[in-house]
Design a protein around this ligand. Sequence first.
Ligand code: F0G
Length: 442
Amino acid sequence: MDSVQHGQPVSVQVCDACDARFDARDARVQCASCEGLLHVQHPQPPTCGVALRESFDARLLPARGPQGTGPGDSGVWRFRELVMPDARDEDLVTQGEGNTPLLARPRIAAWAGVDHLLLKHEGLNPTGSFKDRGMTVAITQARRINATAVACASTGNTSSALASYAALAGLRGLVLVPAGKVALGKLSQTIAYGAQTLLVRGDFDDCLRLCRQSSEQLGVYLANSINPWRLEGQKTIMFDLLQQLRWQSPDWLVLPAGNLGNTSAFGAALREARRLGLIDRAPRLACVQAAGSAPFAASFRDGFATRHTVRAETIATAIRIGDPASHERAVRAIRETDGVVLTVTDDEILEAKAIVDASGVGCEPASAASVAGTRKLVRDGTIQRGARVVALLTGHMLKDPEVMLAYHRDTEPAPACANRSIEIDATLAAVERVLRSGSDLS
Ligand code: F0G
């Protein structure tokens, strides 16, 4: 039943564990009585089914803001009824996020062993990752509740997004990242956008614990994915994708999984899309973890009987997480979609990344886990060759230049897909020698 204020239905924050309800403008991101995580419940939109689909589709027509960054340009705020229905245009902290392309690349599909593979490239968001979708909503909320500072723990992408959106909103940003374990592109962005950057001698799980304590005791607004408004924004990856597919679900959606915010958001988005008649069938979710950082995969293997934690290690630093915060919600998402959870090795991630990069698309290492995972699921017969598969690319290739250079330039012996550069004298003869020696170049 909708909550009502001054005769109008309003959104509320509801505890996952005990159903306690809190005002939508309450700054706490955990239940005041049992410390459970909160989710947001919105009033029923004025329409549903085909009519709601049509109203979302109508907004695809150009409605550009003055600088091309108004609400009409955002692939998040197009779905406002399902994200933050009472947000006013002047409240929004937005910069044209979302609306990311859905790409067909036969070479990647052939490598993965499927006939129909599409890549939803969230790395093409303004700060280069899907985190912008949640952050536009969390920072809009921060401004609505008059927060003066916002904070997050991060493996680098959340911190980049927070730093950017905090700067747009004129809010102080504080980020806690694991010292020495953040990819160069992400660290540089975070610093340059102006967030106060704390390099914590610990891992992501330490950073998140510290950040939760800081938000409870020092009064900064927490913008990690346990913040319910972040997930409202991340749901729009799914809405945007379904809209691109003319509201026909694919058979599978394969995504990299770390702190499990996206998995949880997708579970919520699909539940809502079905309840509102936007779709009649949901895709199966396949969550891919790096083998050295795979507590969720371990839990899946024992039928989710136990919640596992690990000391995480992987070259894909974005998903180097051993104690995912949104475990319970992600379990629900996997159960409801008849999903699977699997692991891929760092070598498999690097090979998949080299294929994605060389196809001209490009992505960061964690993102390539979804393509590596697709291949593994096809090989073990879980995904049929003829299935319609969407793999999520979560981050831009320039996020982690060090891993790319190490792979192509420094690894001995050279990996199968290595593209070695050659230093030459500044002579035409030297160029000619190279051209003649590579038969596929002549
Ligand atoms: N891919 C990328 C590029 C990420 O940055 C992350 C998470 C994930 C996948 C995993 O998503 O946590 O929702 O399961 N990055 C967070 C960060 C932890 O701090 O940037 P998840």
